[in-house]
Design a protein around this ligand. Structure first.
Ligand code: ARG
Length: 306
């Protein structure tokens, strides 16, 4: 049963792909405002612990070609990207980010109310895969959640479109899936989320490949699975997205350029007999929502892919 507590909101932000040995910084970094350095990968030790141990199962650092359209969602008030980041997203047009609707809310205190984030409170990070180095921050002008988003229950319709004030040039764009892979085919999932259930987030973008699971197989183990959801993972567990990865891309197709799922929810992380649950981009109600909102500005062209 998926419950509210399986969705972590921007605070406490920890998300997660299982894994992550420390990696060297990579990618063209355009700026770095002398922010405090954080460990590239942290263990489950005390916050600020400088120990780097590749103790996580399941993932590895993402290379430049792995989901190159991955962005980070940031709280504008926090100067350091590591502290500021709370979710992932994917660029599908130079000024349009697709993410999870639950990323548009935050919960300042553990059991407090969830508050809708305003565009002026957030930014989007591009241009780096290392939260301690470089990258560019972009202002957001609008946040639109799917009108049917079920925030109180199973997180059905967990999709949102964030529009940027300016266009980001030079970043490859994801295309929207019109079909899912067959069960067993791989999805490439990336994120800066937690590397173990309940564990620390990663400063280095991590990736993991997980097989698509049929709706029936997923419904057999997890309740509340709807046609707007796509499950992926291993029956034995061990590889999965986790808290903080939400909103980020699960891709397939040529060059993994097709956004097929959006990290949404799951029972814990990487548990046996449970799967990761992704918002299913190929569902017409999800795709149409994204396309209508990305096209609502002047002179836009819809993205479409296999
Ligand atoms: N809801 C989580 C977040 O806000 C993502 C959970 C994904 N869980 C999973 N087992 N795949 O980051």
């Amino acid at each position: 049963m998926l419950s509210l507590r399986d969705i972590a909101l921007p605070f406490p932000l920890a998300l997660t792909l299982m894994m992550a040995p420390p990696a060297a910084a990579e990618g063209p970094d355009s700026s770095s405002a002398g922010r405090p350095m954080r460990p590239a990968a942290v263990t489950q030790g005390a916050p600020g612990d400088k120990v780097r141990t590749p103790l996580i199962v399941g993932g590895t650092p993402a290379g430049p070609a792995d989901n190159p359209f991955q962005v980070g969602l940031l709280l504008k008030s926090k100067p350091g990207n590591f502290e500021a980041r709370f979710c992932g997203g994917a660029l599908i047009a130079p000024d349009v980010v697709v993410t999870a609707a639950h990323c548009s809310y935050h919960q300042p205190t553990l059991d407090g109310p969830r508050l809708a984030l305003r565009p002026e409170e957030v930014q989007v990070l591009t241009g780096t895969r290392n939260l301690n180095q470089g990258g560019s921050r972009w202002d957001v002008v609008s946040i639109v959640n799917h009108p049917n988003y079920n925030s109180a229950g199973n997180h059905d319709y967990d999709v949102a479109v964030w529009k940027l004030r300016q266009r980001v040039e030079g970043v490859p764009l994801a295309q929207l899936a019109i079909s899912d892979g067959v069960p067993g085919s791989e999805l490439l999932v990336t994120g800066w989320g937690a590397t173990t259930e309940g564990g620390e987030e990663s400063a280095i973008l991590l990736k993991v490949s997980v097989p698509v699971v049929s709706h029936d197989a997923c419904s057999a183990v997890d309740s509340g699975i709807t046609p707007r959801m796509l499950c992926a993972g291993f029956k034995v567990g061990g590889k999965d997205a986790c808290q903080g990865d939400s909103g980020g891309p699960a891709t397939r197709g040529r060059g993994n350029m097709t956004l097929t799922g959006i990290v949404s929810t799951g029972e814990g992380c990487a548990q046996p007999n449970h799967y990761g649950v992704y918002t299913r981009v190929s569902d017409p109600s999800i795709r149409d929502f994204i396309r209508e909102n990305m096209n609502s500005g002047a002179g836009r062209i819809g993205a479409e892919g296999p």
